[in-house]
Design a protein around this ligand. Structure first.
Ligand code: 3DD
Length: 418
């Protein structure tokens, strides 16, 4: 039994059933695992992972082990660990350091534990592990072939690091694979954010004014699913092209200063800090619900709210009732952290299936070619998207047409005109 620290190992049996449930809905990893079990392309690799410990991540971890890797794992957010899943993985023998509700000191203690076995690869969601290694474990870097990064904001930061020449090993931006960002970020975030809001509030969405800050892939998914539940959707943005897409999709676009006055439910998905600030809280309607679905907890300026509020109480799980001096109530979900993972179970298994197939592919790519790669941020070859999407489609019972030789000739020709 490896070393571990989880909330309660007695939760293992319950967690094992959640893992069975996730596995039953992750056909892409199931199919690819067959070849990986045979080839063991990660034999000899030691992977330190820092990614939300959910039932889906448990299947990723099992798959990485099946591919031959040795693993040590921590959660990448203090509120996203599913304690029963962490217990099940620890009981299976994985080095697991994660529990729901850890403080900052414990968060970094867990990350430090995962690098004790001197990883050859790192797997990140939000780049906290890579940053910690660069800051506190420089001695490990010569032994690290490369790393991967799951999320948009993590990739942004690593690209900035690489541009400054500060990145000390190659990284693959898993987020930038089409079968990750165009599915996980859109359909996953859209559904799981609504899931988190409903579990934390159980309010009727139909007829409510739902304000989405940020119309990137995640915001687009949230707007799409809120409309599906009967909301009036308002989008706020800083980027004209994104805001224009929102308008052409039929969503209203306005400044947050104006949206704050009319919104019933607010969700931030910008990757930026201080998107909803004190003046916005001050102009919100009584009963407004605010939450965030971005990776870091900086999008809602809750320190501003602390300064202007009169009192607070935890009225429901993951739902804090903040009373303003004039008696208005504002409901803050999941303490401003990512509501989909903190108040629900994150994205459904079916989308994480593709994201995590890209993660395993990234680990294999690094294991095979990492030594020849530069200290830059790479993306996986596009053909991997076609492979993953093809497996997914087949699992859904859909078949593709195939180009005939004549069509291929036509496609590649340039002599034929109109
Ligand atoms: N993320 C969302 N749901 C998740 C789940 N069920 N398991 C693990 C991670 C999960 C985070 C993803 O959105 C990740 O792809 C990201 O952060 O971009």
């Amino acid at each position: 039994m490896s070393d571990y620290k989880v909330k309660d190992i007695a939760l293992a049996e319950q967690g094992a059933m959640k893992l069975d449930w996730a596995n039953a809905h992750m056909p892409v990893l199931s199919e690819l695992r067959k070849e990986w079990e045979a080839e063991r392309p990660l034999a000899g690799m030691r992977i330190a992972g820092c990614l939300h410990v959910t039932k889906e991540t448990g299947i990723l971890i099992r798959t990485l082990k099946a591919a031959g890797a040795e693993l040590s794992w921590s959660g990448c957010n203090p509120l996203s660990t599913q304690d029963d899943v962490a217990a099940a993985l620890a009981a299976e023998g994985f080095s697991m350091y994660a529990w729901h509700g850890m403080n900052t000191e414990e968060f970094y203690w867990c990350i430090d534990k995962t690098v004790e076995f001197k990883p050859t690869l790192t797997l990140d969601d939000g780049a906290d592990l890579i940053f910690r290694i660069h800051d506190q474990h420089q001695d490990l870097i010569p032994g690290i072939i490369g790393g991967s990064e799951e999320t948009t904001t993590g990739v942004h930061r690593l690209r900035s690091m690489a541009a400054d020449g500060a990145l000390q090993y190659p990284v693959i931006a898993v987020n930038d694979s089409e079968t990750k960002w165009d599915f996980d970020n859109v359909y996953g975030t859209g559904q799981s954010s609504i899931d988190g809001i409903l579990r934390a509030t159980s309010v009727l969405l139909a007829g409510k004014t739902f304000v989405v800050a940020g119309y990137g892939h995640c915001g687009r998914g949230c707007a799409m699913r809120a409309r599906g539940m009967g909301c009036r959707v308002v989008v706020t943005e800083i980027k004209a092209t994104a805001a224009l897409k929102a308008r052409l999709e039929g969503f209203e676009v306005m400044e947050m200063d104006d949206a704050a006055k009319i919104g019933d439910i607010f969700i931030t998905a910008t990757g930026m800090r201080d998107v909803v600030t004190g003046r916005h809280f001050e102009s919100m309607k009584d009963g407004a619900v605010v939450c965030n679905t971005g990776h870091y907890d900086v999008e809602l300026a809750l320190t501003d709210l602390d300064e202007i509020m009169d009192s607070r109480r935890d009225i429901r799980d993951n739902c804090e009732e903040v009373t303003m001096p004039d008696g208005r109530h504002i409901y803050v979900l999941a303490k401003g952290r990512l509501v989909n993972l903190a108040a629900a179970e994150g994205h459904p298994s079916e989308v994480m299936d593709m994201s995590f197939a890209n993660q395993v592919k990234a680990m294999i790519h690094l294991a095979k070619q990492g030594e020849a790669m530069n200290n830059e941020v790479y993306v996986l070859p596009a053909e991997i998207d076609e492979e993953i999407a093809g497996i997914k489609l087949r699992s859904m019972g859909s078949k593709l047409d195939v180009l005939t030789p004549e069509q291929i000739a036509y496609r590649d020709a340039y002599s034929e005109g109109t």
